[in-house]
Design a protein around this ligand. Structure first.
Ligand code: HEC
Length: 88
């Protein structure tokens, strides 16, 4: 019985992590709708064009920016989703 409970908890954790929660971490700096200047440094992402957002995120993967650790785990699909949902 304990094992079953454990498996349920594990499944719940996986379900939470694999949903759009990769956006939640971004929002802590960029704002819920990417309307803020992250750490007072970035541009306001929601004002950028879709292509510009995707280009910047691909660039950050190999950059020295603080964004490297957040952009690196993103797949191309996730980058395009972010660009499409939040870009102009
Ligand atoms: C710790 C705070 C922090 C987190 C978390 C964070 N960012 Fe950023 N982001 C920044 C900062 C600071 C910059 C400006 C970096 C630079 O120019 O080197 C930036 C820049 C950007 C830019 C480019 C904007 C510009 O100025 O050109 C995009 C797009 C972006 N972030 C998207 C994201 C996404 C998507 C996530 C989540 C996967 C994310 N950020 C997570 C702080 C953060």
């Amino acid at each position: 019985m304990k094992l079953i409970k454990y498996i349920f908890i594990l499944l719940a954790v996986i379900a939470t992590l694999s949903s759009a929660s990769y956006i939640t971490v971004c929002q802590s700096c960029h704002g819920k709708n990417f309307e803020k200047r992250a750490l007072g440094k970035s541009r306001v992402v929601k004002n950028l064009k879709k292509e510009e957002i995707a280009k910047r995120l691909r660039y950050f993967k190999t950059s020295n920016s603080i964004m490297k650790r957040f952009a690196s785990p993103l797949s191309d699909k996730q980058i395009n989703q972010i660009a499409n949902v939040f870009g102009k």
